[in-house]
Design a protein around this ligand. Structure first.
Ligand code: NAD
Length: 371
């Protein structure tokens, strides 16, 4: 199969669909890999790096969209890219169609076979192609919070690890899932005083067994949350209620109970945020202050560490890309029901139930498409 990847054109997107190492694996499986010139520059991979792995560099994205049987990307296709998609072609990328009627209409019109990273499942209902970005965001939340705690950034001037003879900073992580676990790991590693709140007994037990005495766990009741937040130097918002907007767990009046210059990092901002006073920010201007409390609310945190994020993403997307290229998409989806969950649009039909329901399309089950 001829597989292509292009330079991402969404604002401030530096990741790339295929690393040179992923290109190497596809080539080793007998496939042709076409890469738009400069596609890897955002992660420090030059055209030569791709060529060294057997890929062919092409001068523009149009050539790749027009000639490749599968295009592997990171972000949803932008309007100029969507105009080039066609029937018989596979698009494999993050799509997030439910809140995006324009993109969905364009994909339906194009006839493309669109497989969305975010709906590919794993055992136990996990979303393995989303997980690495939560790992990245969780780990980043502590370094973002630590920076914001510095005086020059508006914070209260606390070093999370303390020094001998001075108490460490207090980190409170609300939500002990993938983001929260990774945040807690980083905070513990820095020597901070860490408390993780969750409402799930299973999550609390898992965290307790993992961290033992290195982090405290606490049930996320209203009273416990208020008490923990009031005492914190840094609060990480990492809750998720699948399919729903994030609950507003820290209200504006609660800010007045906090220490001036304390920091809130709202990782859940992509689901609306779990602090009442949050609004989405960008890497250009990541923080703002409300009632003396510094807020960091960047909606695409992994974009700042494009290289790490790209490699983490490729680790989980490549096996499916290889299966699709080796077997053709129909057989790959027949052989792997988790990958089949990723099919969102095919030949003008919406094949993902939630997208069809939200946007008013007829739903065609994947099984019907695969015959
Ligand atoms: N800003 C970014 O760049 C970025 C990047 C990746 C993920 N995210 C977001 O981070 C959030 C967390 O993602 P995740 O992968 O860790 O989800 P997850 O499902 O792994 O974990 C969420 C946790 O929140 C807990 N929770 C639910 N309600 C709670 C409450 N009231 N109090 C305390 N805990 C509660 C759940 O029990 C669960 O353990 C999501 O909104 C996700 O979209 C943001």
């Amino acid at each position: 199969m001829r597989v292509g990847t292009v330079r991402e054109i969404k604002n401030h997107e530096y990741r790339v669909g295929l690393t040179p190492e992923s290109a190497c694996e596809l080539v080793a499986h007998g496939h042709e890999v076409w890469v738009e010139t400069g596609a890897g520059l955002g992660i420090g991979a030059s055209d030569r790096d791709y060529e060294a792995q057997g890929a062919t560099i092409k001068a523009d994205a149009a050539t790749i969209f027009d000639s490749c049987e599968m295009v592997v990307k990171v972000k949803e296709p932008q309007p100029a890219e969507r105009a080039r998609l066609r029937e018989g072609q596979v698009l494999y990328t993050y799509l997030h169609l439910a809140p995006d009627p324009e993109q969905t209409a364009d994909l339906v019109k194009s006839g493309v076979t669109a497989i969305a990273y975010e709906t590919v499942t794993g055992p136990g209902g996990a979303l393995p192609l989303l997980k690495p970005m939560s790992q990245v965001a969780g780990r980043m939340s502590i370094q973002a919070g630590a920076t914001a705690l510095e005086k020059a950034h508006g914070g209260r001037g606390v070093l999370l690890g303390g020094v001998p003879g001075v108490m460490p900073g207090k980190v409170v992580v609300i939500g002990g899932g993938v983001v929260g676990f990774n945040a807690a790991q980083m905070a513990v590693g820095l020597g901070a005083d860490v408390t993780i709140l969750d409402r799930s007994p299973d999550a609390l037990e898992r965290l307790g067994i993992h961290f033992e005495s290195r982090a405290k766990t606490r049930f996320s009741s209203k009273a416990n949350l208020a008490d923990s937040v009031a005492d914190a130097d840094l609060v990480i918002g990492a809750v998720l209620i699948p399919g729903a907007a994030a609950p507003k767990l820290v209200s504006r009046p609660m800010l007045s109970t906090m220490k001036p210059g304390a920091v809130l990092v709202d990782v859940a901002i992509d689901q609306g945020g779990c602090f009442e006073t949050s609004h989405a920010t960008t890497h250009d201007n990541p923080t703002f202050v409300v009632d003396g409390i510094v807020h960091y609310c960047v909606a695409n945190m992994p974009g700042a560490v494009a290289r790490t994020s790209t490699y983490a993403l490729n680790n989980v997307t490549l096996p499916h890309a290889l299966a699709i290229a080796d077997k053709g998409w129909q057989q790959a989806l027949r052989d792997d029901p988790h990958l089949a969950e990723g099919l969102n649009v095919h030949a003008g039909k919406v094949t993902y139930e939630a997208v069809a329901a939200d946007l008013g399309y007829d739903y065609v089950p994947v099984g019907q498409v695969l015959g």
